[in-house]
Design a protein around this ligand. Sequence first.
Ligand SMILES: Nc1nc2c(c(=O)[nH]1)N[C@H]1C(S)=C(S)[C@@H](COP(=O)(O)OP(=O)(O)OC[C@H]3O[C@@H](n4cnc5c(N)ncnc54)[C@H](O)[C@@H]3O)O[C@H]1N2
Ligand code: MOO
Length: 661
Amino acid sequence: MTDPSLVERIRRAARQEQFLDVVSAEEAAARLRAAFPFQALGEESVGLADSLGRVVARPIAAAADAPPFDRSAVDGFALRAADTTGATEATPRRLVLNAEVLACGVAPGIEVAPGTATAIATGGVIPRGADAVVMIEHTVMEEGGLEEGEPPAILLSRAAAPGAFVGFAGSDIAKGETVLRAGTVVTSREIGMLAACGIASVPVVRRPRVAVISTGDELRAPGSVLPPGAIPDSNAAILAAAVAENGGEPLPFGILRDEEAALSAALSRALEEADMVVMSGGTSKGAGDVSHRILGDGVIVHGVALKPGKPLCIARLRDKPVFVLPGFPTSAVFTFHRFAVPLLRAMAGLPERVEAEVPARLAVRMPSELGREEYVMASLAQGQDGGEDGLMAWPLGKGSGSVTAFGAADGFFAIPALDQGAEAGQALRVTLIGGPARLPALTIIGSHCVGLDAMLDLLAAEGIGARSLAVGSLGGLAAAKRGQCDLAPAHLLDPKTGAYNAPFLAPGLRLVPGWRRLQGVVFRPGDGRFAGMDGAAAVAAASADPRCLLVNRNAGSGTRILLDGLLGGARPAGYANQPKSHNAVAAAVAQGRADWGVAIETVARAYGLGFLPLADEHYDFFLAEARADRAPVRAFLRVLDSAESQARLAALGFRRMAAAA
Ligand SMILES: Nc1nc2c(c(=O)[nH]1)N[C@H]1C(S)=C(S)[C@@H](COP(=O)(O)OP(=O)(O)OC[C@H]3O[C@@H](n4cnc5c(N)ncnc54)[C@H](O)[C@@H]3O)O[C@H]1N2
Ligand code: MOO
């Protein structure tokens, strides 16, 4: 049943013109702190095995001593230390054995009287009278002289101090002592302690239940077939996992359409079942943006001067926190961590997360919007070899819509609201996400290619990690010249000479031949306008037909230079559409937004497109001479020349060039 007051609020909110009331991130956090208690939820009791990963709710005292009785730490004989005084190899002491053997679990029956000893196993109960144990290897059984019926004896060649090899009851932990304090996260180690102290049920903080709701008509569950315009719901999966990582229990509410009635019904149910509600999508000003409208006067923040995350909306409904995160994945995840996680952890009884920072220098200039504090996701790579340069931070440059930026980044840095950007070389502090930065052995910066992925897979199989930053051919070349990477893959066509890459060599760099990628005209199979043509004829015919729409490439790309050369100054329909990758060209043609373009054969095949060859693109590597002798670089060059790599490249449709010099 939908709460009638909620419906009324929704109606009221719907009548209002919606606007964002942007506040600073600090103000937003302060309002959140003022609205909620930031304290652990109540406690519940769980079985020992189920306590793994839970937070201890109150101090737990040992229910029993550990060990529960005085026990032997060795295999040997329990005895009175006083009987051993002065024992040496030359003057052994003789002790008569008692007629019992104290294996583990055996209750002793005979008191150890002066001049006697009892055989005992490691873990055996120390018998009354004994105060020490000697190891079996420091004794010998008495040889010969045994009269009929006389008990056996041992000869002892070492003196034992009182307490030797005795583990006293409660010496590990004594009954009543605190085993675990409130706030401890239970791991296998804590479980071991609890078990040893005889504790079978554990008082833990109740896990905050967090309803996760995705909104958007375009969303489909991951793995479903996507109709045109649809995208997989990645936010729900990321957010549910992040809830679990921070001590919460995610309650998946699935995908809801941008429809107020359905949304408010779901919200009402979520508020009944959960301690916190996290929605994503529909919080900005667009036509379909309805999520925030259903919150009515419960809203405490709507709009934060942050990038990513401006349209973040936070509300308090029925005393429970509701976060409406921006739909863009990077924005959603970033704002979740920044605002929802501190509250979630407090409710779960977990301490605030401490995020480590490392100093680094910015590798390239990063522009930023004035008026919003901008957080830039970055990868870290070692600067100039030798370490003087320390770490360089490379912005991932993927924007709020990226689903990979947050996952791929080592961390992020902030550009203050009043700055219009950060300069190359500027000193930064990078906040690490997901633990310490793992700096790989090999740094590769430049143009990306699936062939390179194949090389890096082979290297990884040898245990050599590589970081490949896709910043384009020119960006990689610049990084190589500055000594910031080992290898810079590139496919730069020099329009004057028509040659690839070699004309761009600079002192200190060497060119390692990579592979050739066949480029050609791509079109939808069955498009009769391209039937029976070769590449050059297809370019001529298509560019002369105003209804045949081109998808071009960005200025400076090798493909653009090639196409401009073929067009000879012509500007066919669609020329202004200039995406930055082979894949974007193929997608535009495959989906009918354009009819033709130029891309590499591998990509044409992947999209099921027709392909008419034009020319070979050379994908080579600029190698910094100063780094050429590093073991990981040598390993890369070896892999590049291996039979396995030739086979993989051939399977991808690439032709490997002459062996590396
Ligand atoms: N005219 C304006 N437009 C936008 C503004 C603005 O101020 N004025 N703000 C921009 C900013 S900043 C952000 S961030 C986004 C956030 O928009 P919404 O929160 O309303 O999100 P949607 O429009 O629903 O979706 C945005 C984008 O994200 C995709 N999405 C949504 N949910 C998911 C999901 N669960 N998994 C994966 N991807 C998801 C959605 O398809 C859209 O592509 O608004 C800007 N616009
Ligand atoms: O705030 Mo939005 O999250 O910049 O893209």
